[in-house]
Design a protein. Structure first.
Length: 217
């Protein structure tokens, strides 16, 4: 087998594996109205995508962020029917696993949110060799700590990792950790001011890239 440039492919969840934008923003909007009688537009709330819920709430002026974040998670259930895997994700994960790439998750979700929102409903937990949630690292994205924790625990070099996400926070985290970043454009992502290493229009583009990296390695 020829040398592979990438040995570990790591994914963000929201906006990358799961289409959750509508559910996250509408439930946050409902939460803010209930606890603070604030009417905030969805566009004003988009910054909350990709960062921990409590961080987003504090940025919105909510001081008791922990209980309000629990309320937000409860209200998210009202929109659970709108949450789905992006088309092509199961096939991508199956193909990468079949070619013996190590797969990982680095997410701003808590461990409880990871289980409730992703692992249990979509039965995909078995694909991933390592999952780093927000409480597993000292600082969340956009800091490099979550990816650095992944590298430390897995023993893999940064140059052997590709991180796939959809937000500026994901990109900044990867670049600060010395990890190549691929921007998932198949959801609601927009082109970032910070340059990504790769732009992926559809999930199968990730497989194409790593296969080419194997051939040219």
């Amino acid at each position: 087998m020829k040398d592979r440039k990438y040995k570990h492919i790591i994914f963000d969840i929201d906006g990358t594996l799961l289409d959750t934008e509508k559910a996250i923003l509408l439930s946050l909007q409902d939460t803010l109205f209930e606890v603070a009688r604030k009417e905030v537009s969805l566009e004003e709330l988009r910054f909350a995508l990709g960062i921990p819920g409590e961080v987003a709430l504090r940025a919105l002026g909510i001081s008791d962020a922990e209980p309000v974040n629990r309320l937000w998670n409860e209200k998210l259930l009202d929109y659970s029917s709108s949450i789905r895997l992006f088309k092509g994700i199961p096939e991508l994960l199956s193909a990468l696993k079949a070619e013996r790439y190590a797969l990982g998750i680095v997410t701003s979700k808590t461990r409880q949110e990871y289980a409730a929102d992703f692992a249990l409903p979509f039965v995909l937990d078995g694909y991933f060799d390592m999952v780093i949630c927000v409480e597993d690292a000292p600082r969340p994205k956009p800091h490099p700590d979550p990816l650095q924790m992944y590298l430390s625990l897995s023993g893999v070099c940064a140059q052997e990792v590709l991180y796939v996400g959809d937000t500026l926070y994901d990109c900044q985290c990867a670049q600060s950790a010395g990890v190549d970043f691929g921007l998932a454009l198949w959801g609601n992502a927009v082109l970032l001011e910070t340059s990504a290493s790769f732009l992926f229009k559809k999930p199968s583009d990730v497989l194409t890239l790593v296969q080419c990296s194997t051939i040219l390695g």
